[in-house]
Design a protein around this ligand. Structure first.
Ligand SMILES: O=C(CO)COP(=O)(O)O
Length: 125
């Protein structure tokens, strides 16, 4: 398979789920180029020492926008964004902008664990 570039993002209440997801699928993720927002990337790297992840800024400080810009530039092949729908987020406009660009550029976007499991399964082999 071509070397895909994936973006990994999780709201605070979903970071445990994201770290667990990445650990479960570490072998599938390893060959890919991985980007993550700052805190999410740190949590995944703690849990998955074999993964090499480029950490961008934290979401509220512009990380979501950085990933959005990469999507607009055609540099991201799929987005895994574990969203917490039950908490307010100070950077909600950035969250919406990120999702919007993933829609505009029609990249696969998993917003919850159930979809992420199906999307990652499509990357096997
Ligand atoms: O805020 C985020 C998504 O909107 C994620 O940012 P962090 O990974 O830095 O917490």
């Amino acid at each position: 398979m071509e070397k895909l570039t994936l973006a990994l993002v999780a709201h605070d209440a979903k970071k445990d789920d994201m770290a667990h997801f990445a650990a479960t699928h570490e072998a599938i993720l390893r060959p890919f180029t991985l980007f993550a927002t700052g805190t999410t990337g740190g949590r995944i790297m703690e849990r998955c020492p074999t993964l090499s992840i480029t950490r961008l800024k934290s979401g509220p400080l512009g990380g979501d926008q950085q990933i959005g810009a990469m999507i607009a530039e055609g540099k991201i092949d799929a987005l895994f964004f574990f969203v917490d729908p039950l908490s307010p987020h100070p950077h909600d406009v950035d969250v919406k902008a990120l999702m919007r660009l993933a829609l505009v550029y029609n990249i696969p976007m998993a917003l919850n664990l159930a979809t992420a499991e199906r999307l990652i399964a499509s990357f096997k082999d």
